[in-house]
Design a protein around this ligand. Structure first.
Ligand code: G6P
Length: 458
């Protein structure tokens, strides 16, 4: 089996002595797959993402836990156009409904050059597979950065069984019609040449409607939601790093209630409205002043994009405004911590009384499942109905309408005020639901979609 994803499960960091440390990569889903595949002789093709990744590759040190990782050293200019312009500024915005349509996008000559780079980078990935894959092997291609890869592989190696899995939402016909016609046709033809998977039925339906609109045909698609690796979460929870993070969090929040969020700093995560809703909560419910702390564990993402830099500043400003308005001696209403540190996130997830997950749109949102699994405080989940995970957890969580500040503030108030018996009952049911799907289940569903016996990964 070959996994193909843009960001790999690991990233490499050069130590002062010149050796390389292997760390968990930024994408939650692909990271969780690493341990599952270890030691089974599978191949994983991914891009080098940092200078240290490239240095590790050249030094022959880009290796990890018995997974055969084939990192691609892509032309930096092409890779930037592929990643920054097409993948993140166009496809990500398209599928998450983030375009401010009267102004953006504008498809000009610069976009066409970037599109050519997107095609070229996809070709590099496809070539890495077709050159190495044994006859009849199964190839699982991941996400929007590599949407053309399945079509390219099938054209070259019809013997391979290829599927594509999208971790984001998928836009409907109104969205796909925003793309230049040739781009929409290429994406749809590549994905529709075989099985295409999504985390929820909603994205399956959008995808099928888009393909019908663009190609006039009915594509094969499947729904396979992902679930956290409970054992891996427990191992992180048992680590010395998490113990230290637990202590520093306890020192920060004392015996106050904790509203928590943990996200990449990302416009679709709706972080600013989260702070505005909390501000409203403190305004409308004076009883919570000095009794609650909003802990925001946020980590930087896609900092080469202006939109993301600007959004980071808006996030900082929104948090600072809440603090300016409400802070009292000995009480800081919002604590923002922007270090990328998974043990710190696990310590936060264990401790929250309320977990706020309010994205504008999200393919799944793994935090919504990791939170209830890791939590030890009978915490309540406030979950956006626009997150894919809502389809599995929505009736046990408190629903959030992510654009409605008053509704979100009311959900936070309901969560904070909930009677202990109801909290306990909901938290117990959430743990069951959040653990119902494992990384293994998700992998097996992809293999089945390719017509492969699931024993290949057991
Ligand atoms: C989402 C996407 C992944 C991506 C991750 C991190 O989860 O579905 O494909 O890897 O975000 O984003 P980045 O651009 O840093 O890889």
């Amino acid at each position: 089996m070959i996994i193909v994803s843009h960001r790999g499960p690991y990233t490499f960091v050069r130590r002062p002595d010149g050796s390389f440390e292997t760390r968990r990569g930024a994408g939650g889903v692909v990271s969780a797959l690493g341990p599952l595949l270890a030691g089974k002789g599978h191949l994983w093709v991914a891009a080098t993402m940092t200078d240290d990744d490239r240095a590790a590759l050249r030094a022959g040190a880009a290796r990890a836990e018995a997974i055969d990782v084939a990192l691609l050293d892509l032309d930096p200019v092409l890779h930037r156009l592929h990643y920054d312009v097409v993948s993140n500024s166009v496809l990500w915005f398209l599928h998450h409904g983030l375009f401010d349509l009267p102004r953006r996008p504008r498809f000009d000559r610069r976009f066409r050059e970037a599109w050519d780079a997107y095609v070229e980078v996809n070709r590099n990935f496809a070539a890495a597979v077709t050159e190495q894959a044994p006859e009849g092997d199964v190839v699982l291609v991941q996400d929007y950065q590599l949407a053309l890869v399945p079509g390219m592989i099938r054209a070259d190696r019809p013997d391979l069984r290829v599927s594509h899995f999208t971790h984001t939402p998928f836009c409907g016909p109104d969205g796909i019609r925003v793309l230049p016609d040739e781009a929409a046709r290429s994406l749809c033809s590549s994905m529709a040449g075989g099985p295409a998977g999504f985390h929820t039925q909603r994205w399956v339906a959008n995808y099928q409607a888009s393909v019908r609109d663009v190609l006039g045909s009915e594509p094969a698609a499947f729904c396979a939601s992902f679930g956290p690796d409970r054992g891996a979460l427990e191992a992180v929870a048992a680590s010395a790093e998490t113990a230290a993070a637990r202590e520093s969090l306890a020192a920060l929040v004392g015996d106050r209630r904790v509203v928590l969020r943990t996200d990449r700093i990302e416009p679709s995560k709706n972080i600013v409205r989260g702070f505005l809703a909390y501000d409203l909560l403190l305004e409308e419910h004076p009883e919570w002043r000095e009794r609650v702390v909003f802990v925001a564990l946020l980590y930087p993402s896609r900092q080469s994009l202006l939109e993301y830099l600007a959004y980071s500043q808006e996030v900082e400003l929104a948090a600072a405004r809440v603090n300016e308005r409400w802070a009292r001696p000995g009480w800081t209403p919002v604590i923002v911590d922007s270090r990328d540190d998974f043990p710190r996130s696990v310590a936060g997830l264990e401790r929250y009384d309320v977990l706020l997950v309010n994205p504008l749109k999200d393919g799944l949102n793994l935090v919504a499942k990791e939170g209830p699994l890791a939590n030890r405080s009978d915490g309540v989940l406030c979950l956006s109905r626009e997150a894919g995970a809502f389809d599995e957890l929505g009736d046990v969580a408190l629903a959030v309408q992510p654009y409605d500040l008053e509704q979100t503030a009311a959900a936070l108030h309901t969560a904070l005020s909930m009677e202990p018996a109801e909290r306990v009952a909901r938290a117990a049911e959430l743990k069951v639901r959040a653990g119902a799907r494992t990384p293994h289940d998700w992998l097996v569903d992809q293999l089945r979609a390719c017509g492969v016996d699931a024993d290949a990964v057991s």
